[in-house]
Design a protein around this ligand. Sequence first.
Ligand SMILES: Cc1ncc(COP(=O)(O)O)c(C=O)c1O
Length: 423
Amino acid sequence: MDLTPLRSYAESLDSQDPLASFRARFVIADPQLIYLDGNSLGRMTLASQARAQHLLDQEWGRDLIRGWNDNWWEAPVRVGEKIAQLVGAAAGQVIACDTVSINLFKLSASALALCSGRTRIVTDTLNFPSDLYILQGLVRMLGNRHVILRIGSQDGDITPDLGALAAAIDENTALVTLSHVTFKSGYLYDMAAVTEIAHRKGALVLWDLSHSAGALPVGLDACNADFAIGCTYKYLNGGPGAPAFLYVRKELQEQVFSPICGWWGQNAPFAFGLDYTPAPGMRRFLTGSQPILSLLAMEAALDPVLEAGMLALRAKSVRLSEYLINLSDVLLVPLGFSLGSPRSADQRGSHISLRHKEGYRINRALIEQMQLLPDFREPDNLRLGLTPLYTSFGEVWEGVDRIRRVVEEKRYAQYPLDRLTVT
Ligand SMILES: Cc1ncc(COP(=O)(O)O)c(C=O)c1O
């Protein structure tokens, strides 16, 4: 097959891309490397690199303890307000802190305490395992009074069983907690519809936005969400292990109490009183000292996302995804791949899973021989992340072509089936 027209089409899409100039705001250390894993770890912005350097040389290096009063102490609130603009939250409802897992623990404990007469927690089997583990640990800690119901899928873990979800949410349900975009297939829940179903039964809803914040417009306030959590190291490009964020709807804030009552969440931390009184508003969800270096490096990375705007980012993400799926249909499906993500853009986040029985070894060959970085999720998903701020259509073309070559030339066959630690 003559592939020239497919390659030229990518070039024409790039030449019409209104966000193309944002790629220059990122460190591209190796122009030959095709990076399709921003859904796991976003690229580094030049702004974060400069901010981290300044922090090391000037703020920590020279100013020392004075940094706390200069701009460190208020950082969780200030950064939270920036993230709020990206997830459809009015001011005073988002704070940046801790990890997604820890924030889920704090907020799900808060939610269960608010609905103390109810014992059901509803989630799904497509959720990120850490979320399920945190819920299991919490239930054990609370004396095994609660039951976690996990809704399955009828199509091989691509789409959740929405009928079963609606049926599971009843008058005994305290909390419904789901990933807005699921980590393997990229399925995108209808946040407004699910939240409404839960509220009709009097249950609270907690959304994990790890795969949607920065990838698509999120309307937490508009959907009446109660709680949300999310990471900043994927589409917000905050850096490895950068702090997460959490959202609590305004009307709930004074009613809930974080289960980890650290001094950063205390009303007057520098009074050093011996009894805990929660700070008003979102500060009560802080625990202890925050990782200032990575928090402030992450803060700098938010500006390009805010400048580009979530509507423009979503429009490009959909175009990138449609292009990838079309290329895959023509070039990869004949080689044994199948689409592991929803075909319809309105049910999809910003990554695409392509399933192949040799997915693991293909991923290894791509990384080690082809200068292409996707990732692999069991049992057979090659995950391709499309970050509209810096992924180009040319990279999508080149990425698909390298996958084609690895399979056609059986370059994966030399690798063992044993998994490396990080896949
Ligand atoms: C959807 C989702 N939730 C939770 C987590 C866990 O986040 P953390 O390691 O910050 O606790 C991840 C990590 O990738 C994730 O993708």
